[in-house]
Design a protein around this ligand. Structure first.
Ligand code: FES
Ligand code: FES
Length: 167
């Protein structure tokens, strides 16, 4: 009798086991499946955005073991055993906004909002590692996140406000 992992391999699939926003996940996926597709298409977690799909825009950014990664470039096997955090995992539940989300809201850190989940994930990674970044460090941390709308002024102000609130 084949175990479940072997059965998945026989079916041409890869048995992925990881954690998404603190919830264990076991999923049989094609080996070439990208994390972005797992989140959006398999799990219907559409907070993570699909845009360039070549690692240029940051719209698909999530945290993997606390580090920001472009989920469009992350293969299923690279997620094995990892803790993945998406924008859905940042809020405090009961529709409460994370302090970084609140700061974006108050400082006009978005217009269309398409880049916002990825931006906020990158800011979370920055502030977890460096709670008091200077302006240059903020700009460096967000250099992989493109925004076509805001001109970045409101985004940088939002990060500065989040620093003040311990976001
Ligand atoms: S969609 Fe992943 S970097 Fe643009
Ligand atoms: S708010 Fe529209 S792309 Fe950033």
């Amino acid at each position: 009798m084949l175990n479940e992992t072997k059965q998945a391999e026989r079916a041409g699939k890869y048995r992925l086991e990881c954690e998404i926003n603190g919830t264990p996940l076991t999923l049989d996926v094609p080996p070439s499946r990208r994390l972005l597709s797992i989140l959006r298409d398999d799990l219907q977690m559409t907070g993570t955005k699909r845009s360039c799909e070549i690692g240029r825009c940051g719209a698909c950014m999530v945290l993997m073991d606390g580090k920001p990664v472009n989920s469009c470039l992350t293969m299923a096997y690279q997620c094995a055993g990892a803790q993945i955090t998406t924008i859905e995992g940042l809020s405090g539940g009961d529709d409460a906004l994370h302090p970084i989300q609140q700061a974006f809201l108050e400082e006009g850190g978005f217009q269309c909002g398409y880049c916002t989940p990825g931006m906020i994930v990158s800011v979370k990674a920055l502030l977890d590692e460096n709670p008091k970044p200077c302006q240059a460090e903020i700009e460096e941390a967000l250099s992989g996140n493109l925004c076509r709308c805001t001109g970045y002024g409101g985004i940088v102000r939002a990060v500065q406000k989040a620093i003040g609130t311990g976001g």
